[in-house]
Design a protein around this ligand. Sequence first.
Ligand SMILES: Cc1ncc(COP(=O)(O)O)c(C=O)c1O
Length: 484
Amino acid sequence: MQNTSSMTTAAPTSLDDNSVNNMLLHDSANIEELFRQLSSIAANYLTNIHEHPTSLKEVPPISLSLPENGPGAAEATQLFLQQIKPLLLAASGPRYFGFVTGGGTPAAIAGDWLTAVFDQNTQYTHGKGDASAAVEQQTIQMLLDLFGLPQHFNGGFVTGATLSNFTSLAVARQWIGHQYQKDIAREGLQLPVKVYAAVPHSSSLKALAMLGIGSSQVQLVPTLPDREAIDMNALESLLTSAPEEPFILISSGGTVNTVDYDDLAAIVRLKEKYRFWWHIDAAFGGFAALSPQYRHLLEGWQGADSITVDCHKWLNVPYDSALYFTRKEHALLQTQTFQNSNAPYLGDPMENFSYGNFGPENSRRFRALPVWFTLMAYGKQGYQQIVETNIAQARQLGKALVASGCYKLLAPVRLNVVCFTTSEEKGRNEKLKQILEKLYAGGKVFVTPTVYKGTPGLRAALVNWRTTEKDIQIAVDELVRACS
Ligand SMILES: Cc1ncc(COP(=O)(O)O)c(C=O)c1O
């Protein structure tokens, strides 16, 4: 049992203490009241989030200046309510279908709050203090279980799928160097790195740019007709020109426009013939694994060298949270890539496991906690239900848009994204602009513009536990109204 009396005496509560700013002492002494106030603001917002606008009519100029003497947290809260809150959107609300934006479950939000309160620097699994890194590893185990992936993967949290793609491709780069007996992390990139992909997400290209490989170095492989999936025959004929040359293959476990999947089982077979690092960007498409009805889309994904999954998408954890899975057999390459060398006070990176030597960040927040909270709170069944409900809703939305006569689908609704455009081809660009203007002026539904195989359109991504059938009906009404 811990001695709670010694814990309470440590808190500074006296205004006589000259070493601490008075306002800090005041806020510290009144922290319970501050939290009560914030909790009421937060609960009120979340309870009524369906009425909060999904877009702003206009963004006014923001003028906030740094105070000489701070007025304290209560006053800062008032300023937030007056000046900032009205400018925020219901991005985690039930009709925000832009990008791929999850909702934030109550338990995940609770975990996120406590992450700030306990404020750990999550690095070492043993020997250096707190156990948050060990909890991170336990949470990774639970996620492997959730996704039905085998134990041959390590994993860790990063800020988003962009950083997960970056982390995975950084290790891939080190692997390429290893094939030529080069340690790229130490010696620099002295050789061209061959990369193939069909429809990589822009964030993978950004990662290649950051890694010095170069975003334009990707050789784009043709897709199957009317698909965003790799044409495997076309890939093989590209490979026959240099069958011995090691390369990186970036494949899609759900493209952002139409949630198309590369033939992952065929890529497993390709692995038997060629030497390559296989990365799968399954930022949100990986969640198909949670449903017996859709998990076939990911058949073979356990054969990948690295996988990206985003938690602030379909896991409904607040920003910023994503994870990478990398094969345990590549742990040494990963440590070579990210080791925080020349820092004797941090110890030998090869001896003590530290996330600081295993990913791009050194100091890191306890990002696993919100994920741990929501997994413990809702379990496998809870998540299967979210995924299956959103997929059914996307189909319903797609059907209703087509039935309205105003819209046609640009691709079948394969999972949870509806990619559509105006039925009328003439004046389409102008019409889509008008539709978005009307939609955003209404502030009830948010979708984002896109271009699919050269045709401009719109896309609605459904990944939010809050979305109900009524929300789908409102979305259909708003989209039809905006089109007329
Ligand atoms: C397939 C895919 N990969 C990567 C990303 C990038 O995700 P983030 O914005 O979390 O970095 C997205 C975002 O929508 C995505 O859909």
